[in-house]
Design a binder for this molecule. Structure first.
Ligand SMILES: *Cc1c(COP(=O)(O)O)cnc(C)c1O
Length: 386
């Protein structure tokens, strides 16, 4: 139940990858047949990805994942456009790959505006319009949020940024395969994506950079990735990503219908069986597999530990697991008080989840929540007051 963190590699994806570890192990830069086969495989994958976005294959640059693509897009735009200005606009709910890159640039003398979001995690387009200035060089706004699943109005944002001096970058890691993305129609200048969130392998992603941007090289060396990111291509992973991307973008509607049905069932069962829970994120503009609730009067960490004992993998609304006690910046940004943010749980589904699994999770959660609340002084207070 933690598919927003990562997903299982699909059988078909793995099968396409395997020959490129062994018999088809050529270096794409070699001119003999073994090398040419690898080159063709890499370019086929690039074409599949470009097609799924309505981009040109020349606009796709493979990276080691979403974080690298986010870092590259933002630092490169800052460096390229420095002479035009040093103002960047982003949001309060970005992934850390974007937020920490922006904070790094602030230390280097750039000014960053962090747009707030409403209680559902949506930015206000008027806020964006009034934040844009002549010296704004980059707007980076995530397509869909990884914690609460809220999907931003990216086409409208693209329309607004198009009429400014700034480039528009979006972290679309969670949106690929869930939303139809057309980079031309949506006026997206740069887009980051990652394979392991869509049943591809970990450690491969890409940056889409619109023709004309001419990215500043991230890694200097050989001529790979149009001399923008040197180093021998990770051929099997690129092949796997091409396959995973094709599957994910070919069947969006059917895939979403199935996931939404499963997700709605999970939400209904939770709301029916457990009192004092609050949905985080948007009811409709939401990733099909994302469920995020605050369980009042309890700690998300205790929930996670008990769920783990029951064999359920989930994620909480605090970053404790990553060594910090701060509640998630996303949950604080939608206005949750610390104690409620701390009691949050994200369950993120994939097509491999079943109704039986959901029944199992709800049954266990119901017992766990009842037990934790028995021990919760806040809950006992509330009961006495009632
Ligand atoms: C997972 C994720 C990333 C990071 O991608 P990696 O490939 O793991 O580096 C970036 N942004 C969002 C929204 C994500 O969900």
């Amino acid at each position: 139940m933690d598919n927003a963190a990562t997903t299982k590699v699909k059988e078909e994806v793995l099968n396409e990858m395997l020959p490129y570890f062994t018999e088809k192990y050529g270096n794409p830069s070699s001119i003999y047949r073994l090398g040419r086969e690898s080159r063709n495989a890499v370019e086929e994958a690039r074409k599949k990805i470009a097609k799924g976005l309505n981009a040109d294959p020349k606009e796709i640059f493979f990276t080691s994942g979403g974080s690298e693509a986010d870092n590259w897009a933002i630092k490169m735009a800052a460096e390229k456009l420095e002479s035009k200005g040093k103002h960047i606009i982003t949001t309060e709910i970005e992934h850390h790959a974007v937020l920490h890159t922006c904070q790094y640039l602030e230390k280097k003398g750039y000014e960053v505006t962090y747009l707030p979001v409403d209680e559902y995690g949506m930015i206000n387009l008027e806020d964006l319009k009034s934040a844009l200035r002549d010296d704004t060089i980059l707007v980076t706004i995530m397509f869909a949020n990884n914690e609460i699943g809220t999907i931003q109005p990216i086409k409208e944002i693209g329309e607004i940024v198009k009429n400014s001096n700034a480039l528009f970058h979006t972290d679309a890691v969670q949106a690929i395969g869930a939303v139809d993305i057309d980079v031309r129609d949506m006026n997206i200048d740069m887009l980051s994506a990652s394979a392991h969130k869509i049943h591809g392998p970990k450690g491969i992603g890409f940056l889409y950079a619109k023709k004309g941007i001419r990215p500043i090289p991230l890694i200097h060396g050989g001529a790979q990735e149009r001399s923008k990111r040197a180093g021998t291509e990770n051929v099997p992973y690129i092949v796997g990503y091409g396959k995973a991307f094709e599957i994910a973008t070919n069947n969006i509607k059917a895939h979403n219908e199935k996931l939404i049905e499963l997700r709605n069932y999970l939400m209904e069962e939770l709301e029916k069986n457990i009192e004092d829970i609050k949905l985080n994120g948007h009811r409709t503009e939401r990733l099909p597999g994302n469920v995020n609730y605050s369980f009042l009067y309890i700690e998300g960490e205790s929930l996670l530990l008990s769920l783990d004992l029951a064999g359920v993998a989930a994620s909480s609304g605090s970053a404790c697991t990553s060594g910090s006690l701060d509640p998630s910046h996303v949950l604080l940004a939608i206005g949750l008080p610390h104690e409620i943010a701390h009691g949050s749980l994200r369950l993120s589904l994939s097509e491999f989840n079943t109704k039986e699994e959901i029944d199992y999770v709800v049954k266990n959660l119901k017992d766990i929540v009842a037990r934790l609340r028995e021990w919760s002084p806040l809950y006992q207070d509330k009961k006495e007051r009632a």
